[in-house]
Design a protein around this ligand. Sequence first.
Ligand code: MRU
Length: 341
Amino acid sequence: MIHSNVHAFQWNADTQCLEVIDQLALPDIERFVSLKTVADVADAITGMLVRGAPAIGIVAAYGIYYSARKYWDEPNKLELIQRDKNTLAETRPTAVNLFWALERMMHCVNAHIADRTPDAILAEAKNIWDEDLAMNLALSEHGADEIGNVRNILTHCNAGALATGGLGTALGVIRAIDARKKAKGESLHVWVDETRPYLQGARLTSWELMKDDIDCTLITDNMSAYLMKQGLVDAIVLGADRIAANYDVANKIGTYALAILANYHHIPFYSAAPTSTFDPSIQTGNDIVIEERSDREVVFVKGNRIAPENVKVRHPAFDVTPHELITGIITPNGVIRPNQA
Ligand code: MRU
C-alpha cells in the first residue's frame, strides 16, 4: 500500500471547518488555514491557496456544505445555496473537477432538501474527498504496472497529494513505482520541472517528493530537451485539468511543449487523472476555456520585479495537448491509449 506524509486538507471536528495547507507559504512555512465560509473557500481557490484540479473540486464541495448549513432553515434556501454555487463556479475556469463537484453537491442538496439538517450534504463532500483518494490509489497501481521499470521520470507542475484528496495522480504513480522499486532495493529518480511562472514544480513538487524521501532533481523548464537528448528521461507523467471526449488533455502551461519533445525523442508520455477530470460534453481540446492569469505572476518572482516596468505580458495558465501525442491516460480503471483511438 503506498502512502504519503503530505496532506492538503484536514477536517477539524471541533470547529466543524475544513483546514487546508497554505500552498502560497510552501515550501518555507507549513501551516494550515481554516476555511470558515463560502467566501473563504472562493478566495482560497482564486488566490491559489488551494490548487490542483481535484483539490479545487473537493474544497468547493465543502463550500456548498457551508452554504447549506448557513441557510438550511431559510424558506428560500435552494435559491441562496444556488447563488453561492455560482460564486464558487466563477473562481477558476479550466479544471472541470470544480464544476463536476459543484453539480454533484447541488444534486445532493436537491435530493435532501426536505431533511431536518444538512448532514447529508457534509457526508457528500466527504464522499468526494474519499473517492478521489481511492481513485488515486487505483490509478497509481495501474501506472506502476504500465511503466514500473523506468529509472528516470519527468513530471511537470504539481499533480501530487497537495493537488488532490491524497497521494496525487502523477505523483501517485511515481509513489507506487518508487515503493515497488524500494521493495527490491532499487530506487526511482524524478526530474521536477520548475513550472514557470507559478513554480508549482520548484515550490511544491520537489518539497512533496523530498517529504516522502523520493529521489528528485529540480530543473528549469527549458532543460528538459537537453536531458531527453542525453537519454536521461525514460517517461513523462503529469496530471490533467480537463480531458475532452477525444482525449485531448488540458494541463499546466508547458505540457504541450513537453509532449512534442517526448514525441520527437520517442519517450512515452502519460497523463494521470481521476474520472472527475473527464469532460465528455466537450468534443475536442479546442473548446476548453484556458485561464489567463495576472501579469504580475510573470513579471514578479517572490515580490521582485524581473522585467522592465510596464512590459507587455501574456499569461495563459494552461495549454492543450492533442491526443495523438499522448501514449496513455492512466485512470482508476486502467490505461486509455488516446493515440490509438
Ligand atoms: O494552476 P494549478 O496549479 O491549479 O494547475 C494544476 C495543474 O495543472 C495540475 O497538473 C492538474 O490540476 C492536475 S492535479 C492532480
